[in-house]
Design a protein around this ligand. Structure first.
Ligand SMILES: [Zn+2]
Length: 114
């Protein structure tokens, strides 16, 4: 019987988490070294990330990729990258929103000083 989607996800979560732990064991600094994920666009620790061809994916996206490959949702990492386009935009927007909030917070702080 084929594994259900939930089973695949559960299994892959363990595998991917183990990769992250192995990375930290091999190189403890990798937990504190950040890079920008090519799929979701978020800053993520190097630990648990994987290089797929020209792309480096964060631990969360590695999970997405491996589950996707396992469930044959896609066969090429490029397809995931394309699918994640919106998410990357969201991440960029999130960053902008945070910047804006910081700006507003800065104004509020100044006002509370008066
Ligand atoms: Zn990612």
């Amino acid at each position: 019987m084929a594994k259900s989607k939930e089973e695949v996800i559960e299994e892959m979560q363990k595998v991917v988490e183990q990769m992250r732990l192995d990375d930290i064991e091999d190189n403890p600094d990798s937990a504190n070294e950040y890079f920008q994920c090519d799929a979701c666009g978020q800053e993520a620790p190097l630990a648990g990330s994987i290089q797929y061809g020209q792309y480096r994916l964060c631990n969360d996206c590695v999970l997405l990729a491996e589950v996707g490959f396992e469930l044959k949702q896609f066969s090429d990492i490029q397809e995931l990258i394309d699918k994640m386009d919106d998410k990357r935009l969201e991440a960029d927007c999130e960053f902008l929103k945070q910047e804006q909030q910081r700006g507003i917070q800065g104004l509020l702080d100044k006002e509370s000083l008066n």
